[in-house]
Design a protein around this ligand. Structure first.
Ligand code: UDP
Length: 231
């Protein structure tokens, strides 16, 4: 694989605190991504926003406004993680689908691909730019647009299970599963909109635990212990 999109869940960025950032976790991620970049792999990153805010967080305010706050949460996450990446020695650029003044660049496929080819790690912040979508969907959309070879889905959980292992101690982890089965069995790995986009555009996914030792590098080097989602 030469070009990948890495999706980091907001929750995973927060470590045990579940909210805000866990700096050690983010530095660990940055060091792993640097190994990939040093090996010549082009990396685009999408972060979730759940460590700050989700559209579902408020039942009082209008959903569109709540989702706008969620999208802005992902911009804050990308500014933070991008700067941690710079701290460990990578060049970065953040793209958003809406104008954020001088904080980010406006997304276009050409600008994003050009930045990757210059050796930058690029961040897609702000999701799709529209309410009622998730960052999983935004991540698949951008992976397809930049013609990534696969999407790496780094989560707080270490793969896809047939039921929730927090609830069912007998839950079984899949080594490999088709995206059609993920959809048919309504498995909670990614939301339905994101799954359908993967299916229709043949975007494979590798799902693994961000908190597992060296998991990003191992996923790329073939010693992968998460779940491979085939298309
Ligand atoms: N969001 C949105 N449109 C997008 C991506 C994200 O409205 O294209 C908002 C939505 O409110 C979501 C929040 O940003 O709840 C954080 O995104 P994330 O995907 O982490 O949320 P989750 O799926 O965990 O709710």
């Amino acid at each position: 694989m030469k070009r990948v999109l890495l999706k980091l869940s907001g929750e995973a960025l927060a470590g045990d605190k579940k909210t805000g950032f866990d700096e050690a976790t983010c530095i660990g991620v940055a060091k792993q991504v640097k190994q990939l970049v040093d090996d010549g792999i082009q990396v685009a990153v999408v972060t979730g926003g759940g460590n700050f805010w989700r559209g579902r967080t408020s039942e009082t305010i209008d959903r569109t406004k709540a989702d706008q706050i969620g999208m802005l949460a992902t911009v804050m996450n990308c500014i933070y993680v991008s700067d941690i990446f710079r701290h460990v020695g990578m060049k970065t650029e953040i793209f958003t689908p809406f104008v954020c003044g001088a904080f980010t660049s406006l997304f276009s496929k050409d600008a994003a691909v050009e930045a990757l080819e210059e050796g930058k790690v690029i961040f897609f912040a702000g999701g799709t730019g529209h309410p009622y979508f998730s960052t999983d969907t935004g991540a698949v959309l951008r992976a397809i647009e930049i013609e990534a070879d696969a999407m790496l889905l780094a989560k707080a959980i270490d793969g896809i299970y047939d039921s929730d292992p927090k609830v069912n101690p007998e839950a079984k982890k899949y080594d490999e599963i088709t995206i059609q089965d993920v959809i048919d069995q309504k498995l909670a790995a990614v939301d339905l909109t994101a799954s359908i986009l993967c299916l229709e555009n043949k975007m494979p996914m590798l799902v693994f635990g961000l908190n597992e030792q060296n998991s990003i590098v191992e996923t790329m080097s073939g010693t992968f212990t998460g779940t491979k989602v085939t298309v």
